[in-house]
Design a protein around this ligand. Structure first.
Ligand code: 4AD
Ligand code: MG
Length: 432
């Protein structure tokens, strides 16, 4: 008898008696035969109880099971190609580890999304939610593998900071022993410093934006991976991005076929995600949008419908590069060929997913950077260290930030990015 076998390993125990532990997903019975599907976190298996063969006690325990009761079951593993997962258990012993005190709040029927989000701690157990989070796990492993294989050094950057990373408008402020601290909007400024120490670096962690936007693409807390490369220009930066995104997508397609099937994601839509990605300049994009009748002038940032109109033209993500200075953050390098613009790019995912990456070449000239900090009314003292990087061995460098939830939403085909993080934080939600 094998103790404590995980359901995903049942195939190694055919004809043996094994013990599994897990939660009751469903039960049904046809007179003298009972079926209970048990989920153990690694998979689900149908367990069969025959009234004739089981003890009176086992049959009674089976009859009293409710959804999400915690059980320990012993039984013989039978290979059965018709069974989900390919195996069944013929039950010899059945014990309740913990009975639920009440009916499980999430039943196999339609629930409103606010109800599901209020019960996120329980909703996590549902098959589609588990599938989405498993893809996220694979993507996070792939992120680290990609950079590890290319000799990047991972740098963990602070979450509490005195400097504004992106924009003053979306800061979470907190008291810091009588001073002000902000929750990190980005780790970028810190990986720029580390790039001079290690050449190729990246950070990976939670970032915070007090976004007033209540859209399906915005969280107040989201995870971002931010590489930074010394001696890379904006073109090198885009090449790294297309290689990176293609790697993440293809790895998820290869390794998460079961999860994508549960999510009903047609992975054909992802097959073309390979370099090179199309490149469109901001100025070309504006001409295209105006031609299509969009009400947009050169100088304003692209809105969500503008991004969708552009990305709808392509079967893979598209770069829009060299935006107007005023539409972008203070640290981006002025474009020597058109000083109204900066050397930067957004990467727009297909199918309406919008921006998944923001990247740029950084301003490496001390005086220009200082002028930008003053123009934007940023507190100069907080940036003294950042300006030092332009005083002592300044160097051309570029980097980008990829939003994990938006990327996983695109890969899995989920509409709302809130489903791709275990406990989403949104403008109106801090619970559970
Ligand atoms: O374009 P953003 O603001 O760029 C930066 O933060 C740079 N410092 C990155 C860098 O160059 N190192 O954000 C980068 C990405 C976006 O493209 C998007 O995928 C994601 O972060 N993102 C969000 N995801 C969810 N909710 C939000 N509120 C997000 N804001 C940005
Ligand atoms: Mg951006």
């Amino acid at each position: 008898m094998a103790d404590g076998v995980e359901v995903r390993h049942l195939g190694q125990h055919v004809d043996q008696v094994v013990e599994i532990t897990g939660w009751v997903q469903t039960t049904r019975s046809h007179g003298k035969i009972g079926f209970v599907v048990v989920r153990d976190g690694t998979g689900a298996v149908q367990c069969v109880v025959a009234k004739k063969e089981a003890s009176e006690e086992v049959w009674q325990t089976f009859a009293d099971l409710t959804q999400e009761t915690t059980v320990r079951i012993s039984g013989q593993v039978r290979a059965d190609h018709r069974a989900p997962g390919g195996h069944e258990l013929t039950v010899t012993a059945l014990d309740v580890v913990f009975a639920s005190v009440d009916e499980f709040p999430i039943q196999p029927k339609e629930h409103g999304v606010e109800f599901l989000l209020d019960n996120r701690h329980l909703w996590l157990r549902s098959s589609q939610q588990r599938a989405g989070l498993r893809v996220r796990d694979e993507v996070e492993m792939a992120i680290h593998q990609f950079f590890y294989d290319r000799d990047f050094v991972r740098i963990d950057t602070p979450i509490l900071s005195g400097a504004i990373g992106e924009s003053a408008g979306t800061l979470f402020e907190t008291d810091y022993f009588g001073d002000k601290a902000y929750l990190a909007q980005t780790g970028q400024l810190y990986v720029e410093a580390a790039a001079a120490a290690f050449r190729k670096v990246y950070c990976f962690g939670p970032t915070f934006r007090a976004e007033k936007s209540k859209t399906r693409r915005h969280l107040t807390e989201f995870w971002m991976v931010e590489p930074e490369v010394a001696f890379a220009d904006s073109d090198d930066n885009m090449r790294l991005q297309e290689e990176f995104v293609s790697y993440l997508v293809q790895r998820a397609v290869e390794r998460c076929a079961d999860e994508l099937a549960i999510l009903e994601r047609d992975s054909k839509a992802l097959e073309n995600v390979k370099p090179p990605f199309p490149r469109v300049s901001y100025t070309e994009a504006i001409a295209f949008l105006q031609e299509k009748g969009h009400d947009i002038q050169w100088g304003s940032d692209l809105g969500a419908p503008d991004e969708v109109a552009i990305s709808d033209q392509y079967d893979r993500p598209v770069f829009v590069h060299d935006y107007p200075k005023a539409a972008k953050a203070f640290y981006m390098k002025e474009n020597p060929d058109d000083p109204r613009t900066v050397l930067c790019n957004d990467l727009l995912a297909p199918e309406g997913y919008g921006e998944i990456i923001g990247g740029s070449q950084r301003e490496d000239d001390h005086d220009r950077l200082l002028a930008r900090i003053r123009d934007e009314d940023l507190p100069e003292e907080a940036y003294a260290w950042y300006l030092d990087l332009r005083k002592y061995g300044s160097f051309p460098h570029s980097g980008f930030g990829l939003g994990v939830e938006r990327t996983v939403a695109y890969i899995t085909g989920r509409r709302h990015i809130r489903e791709l993080i275990a406990f989403p934080r949104m403008i109106n939600r801090l619970y559970p």
